[in-house]
Design a protein around this ligand. Structure first.
Ligand SMILES: [Zn+2]
Ligand SMILES: [Zn+2]
Length: 828
């Protein structure tokens, strides 16, 4: 309450007395005190169950609005407010527009963040998470959110994660979950494997540590099975940027897979190329140091150098290896391959810029037409031969790589073909000779889901020495995560140390067997949570289809741009897989998507793990939630993000004081004010379109302007205008508008009201103000009807007393007229 006191004091100092029409009998006016009214309404809304959405409403079509759920990191920081409150505003707006809006919330509660916090604090992740969630629910209430808490989803609770296990088993049944040994991305700090999508520019997505490689047997989900379908975004209202990012991530390329013989050996080197038309310029081959052929083909005299290079390459991260400015190191294996098109013997090198995990781990190097190959050949003195010419004529040794298309030269019987014809012809030739075929490759790899950490969903598999990996029967789910586990990471799976969990019997042969000791990537949990919200308590199925049919697919989805690839790609994959199992009746989970930009604070994205968060609670205490909500929307275009700078919050706070005063000052008598009625209508039009497009900042500007117009008006137009102002402001600032609505005689909640109808005829501007200049200097402003002809504007300008004085007898030479805005009288 002490904080509330300071708010009241502050209000007095920032708000000078207004010259608005005074009431007949002077009264001591009550100040706007958010610390008093906000908790009051939060309590009342909860008591009235205002935000408990029915599954159907005869008068309102259903609208399922989901915003990405948070990790229960302990506190909702300003970044959360930026993600959540504008989404809440959008949901409230849609409700007033006549939709039955479901706006649920939950917690993405498993995962490294919670586990690392637990290690730091010494509190068990389960206890820590429960405590954090309790605090965050309180903060959500403080924000004035429209959340239907009956539908809360918590992913670390067994009644949720048993359905993760069910999903795993269903994918396993269909061959979409499989186990394989592979060199995987390893975060040395978090001591766990990571999916490719969790390696951002070579760094761990969570802790920014450079990622290394480790050979492990891991579970994968076969997302590549859906690569082509994931490239299609038909019917989706998604930002172009996200579609492009996913498309690039999937990285489909067309070309040919071809094999060259290794000279003097039965081995073949298989490679993929998008440019078969350059094959006559393949002067050497490069294998990844990890390529399985390396040991076998290396000549005895090169063995020592090759082994040393392979060992060194394993120390480097992929980001180091593929950096464009990195020196192109490599060593010669001493072996030769035979270029099947030129018949030449070409040397086989190994170099770390070729990664074993991409394509076949081998390339034909065409130095004249590839920048990296050019740099490599130049450094190591290898031959460079032009085989594609932009103009069809042969050139001498090129000074740089030409990577464009053109005409094939120095290419035997293919010489003279265009690149496009050449690609086809070379591929056909390779097919005829049974050394290759047309092929498509993807950059996308299968989704590695095993984690060597404790705080996650146990993988529902039993490893039997006789039967191999055996699924846990569905009626034995959930496989519960044991509470009492030593979970400090040491590179192994913590669950492996919990013998009474690990040791079990094989469901198939009843022999002694062991449970899988890894847990699932938490992105599995978040890949399907939106199906659980409609009925999170259903114990029979992962989703209550009867209820879910009323809501799904998600009508609108909002969340951070950082999930453009990770979460959003996984969720699309799981949706398609579930649809193929007849569990879903749609193939895309989110029809409409918008991403808010990032809040940058002290030069970096605001995030608890980076330690640069700004806590909202002090701002709430000083200014109230409504001010902070408005400020979040006012910082700039929501999709662009913003630098956190709280200095503008005072201005927003003053605006709410003005709304308070305008709404509680009697309107007084007077005639209808057509001008004001028009301004009110224009505000309706502007705020409606802006909120439809998440343009919160310009909507708030329009409301600020309207509040100023109302301040100076009186009579019935002002009274109606105030009512409209409150309705338009209600989704953005739910508490103050509710309070004022009731003080002005409203009997039910403003949040149950319908959105004001826009009347285009009334909105039309009848008069405009035209700025009049003489030789570029402003001399007067005149009122004129809208759309006045040029001659009439000129006449009006010359009729002005002030213009005549400024002219002082000089004759105008010409006029510059900007219709409805400006006229400049030019004399020289
Ligand atoms: Zn990490
Ligand atoms: Zn068995």
């Amino acid at each position: 309450m002490s904080a509330g006191g300071s708010v009241v004091k502050k209000a007095t100092s920032v708000r000078p007395d207004r010259a608005s029409p005074a009431p007949a009998v002077p009264q001591k006016k009550e100040r706007y005190a958010p610390a008093v009214i906000e908790p009051k309404w939060q309590e009342r809304w909860a008591r009235d169950r205002l935000y408990e959405t029915p599954d159907s409403d005869p008068d309102r079509p259903n609208f399922y609005f989901v915003t990405m759920f948070p990790y229960p990191s302990g506190d909702l920081h300003v970044g959360h407010w930026y993600a959540m409150t504008p989404s809440d505003t959008a949901a409230r707006f849609l409700r007033m527009r006549g939709h039955n809006v479901l706006f649920p919330m939950g917690f993405d509660a498993f995962g490294l963040n919670a586990e690392n916090a637990a290690i730091k604090t010494g509190v068990h992740p389960s206890d820590n998470t429960e405590r954090n969630m309790a605090n965050m629910r309180r903060q959500f209430r403080l924000m004035g959110m429209t959340i239907d808490w009956r539908r809360e989803v918590v992913t670390c609770h067994a009644d949720y994660y048993r359905w993760n296990q069910w999903l795993f088993l269903r994918l396993f049944e269909r061959g979409l979950a499989y186990r394989a040994k592979a060199p995987v991305n390893w975060c040395p700090k978090d001591q766990t494997a990571l999916a490719n999508e969790q390696v951002i520019n070579g760094l761990c997505e969570r802790c920014d540590t450079p990622v290394t490689k480790k050979d492990l047997v891991q579970w994968f989900f076969k997302i590549t099975e859906y690569a082509d379908e994931l490239l299609r975004f038909d019917g989706l209202d998604w930002p172009e940027r996200v579609r492009v990012m996913q498309t690039n991530w999937i990285g489909r390329s067309e070309g040919a897979q071809i094999a060259f013989d290794v000279d003097g050996s039965d081995e073949k080197i298989r490679f993929f190329t998008t440019r078969p038309d350059t094959i006559f310029g393949a002067m050497f081959m490069v294998l990844a140091p990890e390529h399985p052929l390396v040991a076998g083909i290396t000549t005895p005299e090169r063995r020592e150098a090759v082994e040393a290079y392979v060992a060194a390459a394993r120390q480097a991260t992929d980001i180091e290896r593929t950096a464009t400015d990195r020196e192109k190191t490599g060593v010669d294996t001493g072996a030769f391959a035979l270029n099947a098109f030129t018949g030449e013997r070409i040397p086989v090198w190994i170099a770390d810029y070729v990664l074993a995990t991409y394509g076949t781990g081998a390339i034909m190097a065409v130095p004249a037409h590839d920048e990296r190959d050019f740099a490599f050949a130049s450094k190591h003195g290898l031959e460079i031969r032009e085989v594609i010419s932009p103009d069809g004529t042969e050139h001498d040794r090129p000074a740089e790589a030409y990577t464009g298309t053109g005409v094939m030269v120095r290419s035997g019987r293919f010489t003279g073909l265009s690149s496009d014809e050449g690609k086809r012809a070379v591929t056909e030739e390779a097919e005829r000779r049974h050394i290759g075929a047309a092929a498509v490759t993807y950059r996308l790899r299968d989704w590695l889901i095993s984690r060597q950490r404790y705080w996650g969903t146990p993988i529902p598999i039993v490893h039997c020495p006789k039967c191999g990996p055996v699924p846990v029967p569905e009626d034995q789910l959930p496989v519960e995560l044991p509470y009492d586990v030593e979970f400090t990471p040491d590179g192994g799976s913590p669950l492996a140390r919990k013998r009474d969990f690990i040791e079990t019997t094989c469901p198939k042969c009843s022999g002694t067997a062991e449970r899988d000791a890894d847990t699932m990537d938490t992105f599995v949990d978040s890949s399907w949570y939106m199906y659980r919200y409609p009925d999170p308590k259903d114990s029979q199925h992962f989703m209550n289809t009867d209820v879910a049919r009323k809501w799904l697919p998600v009508t609108r989805y909002t969340g951070g741009i950082e999930h453009a690839i990770l979460h959003l790609l996984y969720a699309r994959f799981v949706c398609k897989a579930l649809a193929d199992m007849d569990e879903l009746w749609f193939r895309e989970p989110f029809t409409h998507l918008r991403n808010q930009g990032t809040i940058v604070f002290r030069g970096r994205k605001m995030s608890k793990s980076r330690g640069n968060v700004e806590a909202p609670d002090a701002y709430v205490a000083q200014y109230g939630s409504d001010t902070l909500r408005l400020f979040m929307g006012f910082m700039g275009p929501w999709t662009a993000g913003a630098d956190w700078d709280a200095s503008g919050i005072e201005g927003v706070f003053r605006f709410l004081h003005r709304v308070w005063d305008v709404a509680l000052t009697p309107a007084g008598d007077g005639p209808r004010d057509v001008e004001l009625d028009g301004a009110v209508q224009r505000a309706i039009g502007k705020v409606t379109t802006d909120l439809e497009q998440y343009h919160f900042n310009t909507a708030i500007s329009a409301l600020m302007e309207l509040s100023r117009d109302l301040m100076h008006a009186s009579g019935p137009s002002r009274d109606d205008g105030v009512r409209t102002l409150l309705l338009l402001l209600a989704p953005l600032a739910p508490h103050i508008t509710e309070e004022l609505w009731h003080r002005r005689g409203g009997a039910t909640s403003i949040h149950l009201e319908r959105w004001p109808e826009f009347d285009a005829a009334k909105a039309a501007r009848r008069r405009v103000t035209i700025v009049v200049q003489v030789d570029g200097r402003v001399r007067d402003r005149i009122e004129a009807p809208v759309g006045l002809e040029q001659e009439a504007v000129e006449a009006l300008a010359l009729a002005s007393e002030r213009v005549r004085a400024a002219l002082d007898g000089r004759k105008p030479v010409s006029f510059i007229v900007v219709p409805d805005r400006l006229v400049n009288v030019v004399t020289k």
